[in-house]
Design a protein around this ligand. Structure first.
Ligand code: ADP
Ligand code: MG
Length: 516
């Protein structure tokens, strides 16, 4: 009896208290297919997949693997049925090597294998699907993309026939994403079935055969990818027609807000991360920063925020809306915040910087308002509570409450909305954001673009470090391109082409630095 479905979910419901995260969902994953699971933040994608991964157990409904009904109560059960789930947050042991992590927790035959045979098995999997992996490399020496590779090889080593990837590309560069997609296509050729969650619609269109859309915990429908477009998918996801144009109005007057000259920063090994960087930023303008990952974007924002050690000769001058000039070099980061410079930095790990996962939304807002000197945190809870309520309403943060639930219990996109909303609520005069829409669905991303544009129209100087060139071109007024820590060009966002920016990202042209 040949069943065409690798996985079938039938009438699955999952509740968290009053929240119905999955409402009577039925979904099929065909054998040898790549299926995209699409939906706004909080629509229930991770919850649904977690029931295949053995993290949650459904309140109602049935799960079938290869046509047989199964019960999955733990990750172990999930593995036993050939399901391998790659979570958003990796679960590797830092001090172990790739190979050690791959066999970690395996008892019996496979766990007892000697090092040489494990290495051989890992190499075989790598060759078969086209992974780049060094079995002997320690996890703490790995990039995010390498860690992800270890996670995938780990589930393949355990014999997974079905792979579930929860937002795997959120942390990857475009090049790394291409590599992952190649591997996924090889796995598909080999008969594996794959479910991928991603918010990037061009990725959905690129890699998947079929798309299933969820909205607010409900199954909206499925569509063959060949018959879908970014517009049709967005409309399905949001439930009404959405305009996919970013507005970029011109501010009335642009005022000098920041002057940077001779900015050089070395890393621990003495390698130049920023090399003689110079540029101006204006109030009433969004200055985009483009560059391949690790070209100095992080160091640039951190230098302005007072978080980097600068080489002698660096000049960073802040010009207030009233026209007063002040050097930020050597200033305390907290004083810089008081000057109205706000570094809103959304790192790969949302809790690494900025937010305290165990605190509720109100208290996380308070962490910032307190530092802004707005009252005593132990006496004045009203002010942050008001700000928090506005953020939750304006950005449509899905949360049971603002004052009790620890923020890490919210879905990733909702956490990010709080982070970005909190920075904007502090009325900055210079607002810096890095990867502000990473992991956000398209509707929420547009909300953030609008918020940044609103700030610009109020006269704020916005510095926007972004990954998506289409967005940079539409949202920004000018784009500064970094290449290997140097400014390879500063271009007008409305007249430049994507290809020209791409070229500047990879090819350093000294004369480009003067083309302001
Ligand atoms: N452990 C949990 N406790 C309470 N609520 C949860 C939990 N996990 C998810 N939720 C809620 O379930 C809904 C769906 O979340 P999730 O599956 O993470 O969405 P997605 O992955 O589509 O962004 C959200 O409203 C979220 O807040
Ligand atoms: Mg999720």
């Amino acid at each position: 009896m040949d069943n065409l479905n690798a996985i079938e979910l039938r009438n699955i419901t999952k509740r968290f208290g009053p929240v119905v995260a999955n409402d009577n969902i039925s979904l099929q994953l065909h054998k040898g297919e790549i299926l995209s699971l699409l939906g706004e933040n909080g629509s229930g994608k991770t919850t649904l997949m977690n029931m295949l991964g053995g993290i949650y157990f459904p309140d109602e409904g049935q799960v079938f693997v290869d046509g047989e009904e199964v019960t999955i109560r733990s990750p172990k059960d999930s593995f036993a049925h050939g399901i391998g789930m790659i979570h958003q947050h990796f679960k590797l042991v830092d001090v172990f090597t790739a190979a050690e992590n791959i066999v970690l927790g395996l008892e019996g035959d496979k766990g007892k294998l000697d090092k040489a045979s494990i290495r051989k098995a890992v190499r075989e999997i790598a060759d078969r699907y086209g992974f780049d992996i060094d079995p002997d490399q320690k996890v703490y020496n790995m990039s995010v993309s390498q860690k992800q590779t270890v996670e995938i090889v780990k589930v393949l080593y355990r014999g997974a026939n079905v792979l579930i990837l929860d937002e795997p590309t959120a942390v990857l560069t475009p090049q790394e994403t291409d590599k992952l997609f190649k591997v996924m296509r090889n796995m598909k050729k080999d008969g594996k079935a794959i479910i991928i969650i991603t918010h990037k619609l061009h990725e959905v269109l690129d890699v998947s055969d079929r798309v299933v859309v969820l909205r607010k915990g409900q199954y909206i429908g499925d569509v063959e990818t060949a018959r879908a477009s970014q517009q049709s998918l967005t409309d399905m996801m949001v439930g009404h027609s959405v305009s996919l144009n970013i507005k970029c109005p011109k501010a009335e007057e642009c005022k000098d807000r920041l002057r940077v000259k001779n900015l050089t920063v070395l890393d621990k090994e003495g390698v130049k991360k920023l090399d003689n960087v110079a540029f101006d930023a204006f109030g009433g303008e969004i200055l985009g920063i483009a560059g391949i990952a690790g070209s100095g974007q992080k160091e640039l924002l951190e230098s302005i925020a007072g978080l980097q050690k600068l080489q002698p000769g660096a000049e960073i001058t802040y010009i207030s809306p009233e026209g007063e000039e002040k050097s930020l070099v050597g200033e305390d980061p907290l004083d810089i915040i008081h000057d109205g410079v706000l570094l809103s930095f959304v790192p790969e790990d949302r809790f690494g910087m900025g937010l305290a996962g165990s605190l509720c939304i109100n208290d996380n807002v308070m962490l910032r308002t307190f530092r802004r000197g707005k009252g005593n945190p132990f006496l004045d809870k009203k002010y942050p509570a008001g700000v928090a309520e506005k953020i939750v309403n304006d950005l449509e943060v899905v949360t049971p409450n603002n004052n009790r639930i620890p923020i890490r219990r919210l879905s990733g996109g909702n956490v990010q909305k709080v982070l970005v909303g909190r920075e904007i609520s502090c009325n900055p005069t210079l607002l810096m954001t890095a990867y502000a829409v990473r992991g956000l669905d398209i509707n929420t991303s547009y909300t953030i673009y609008n918020l940044l544009t609103e700030q610009k129209m109020k006269g704020v100087a916005v510095i926007y470090v972004g990954e998506d060139l289409d967005v940079l071109l539409e949202l920004c007024d000018r784009i500064l391109v970094l290449c290997g820590g140097q400014v390879s060009g500063i271009v007008d966002a409305h007249s430049v082409t994507k290809e020209e920016v791409g070229l500047l990202m990879t090819q350093f042209r000294k004369e480009g630095a003067e083309n302001a």
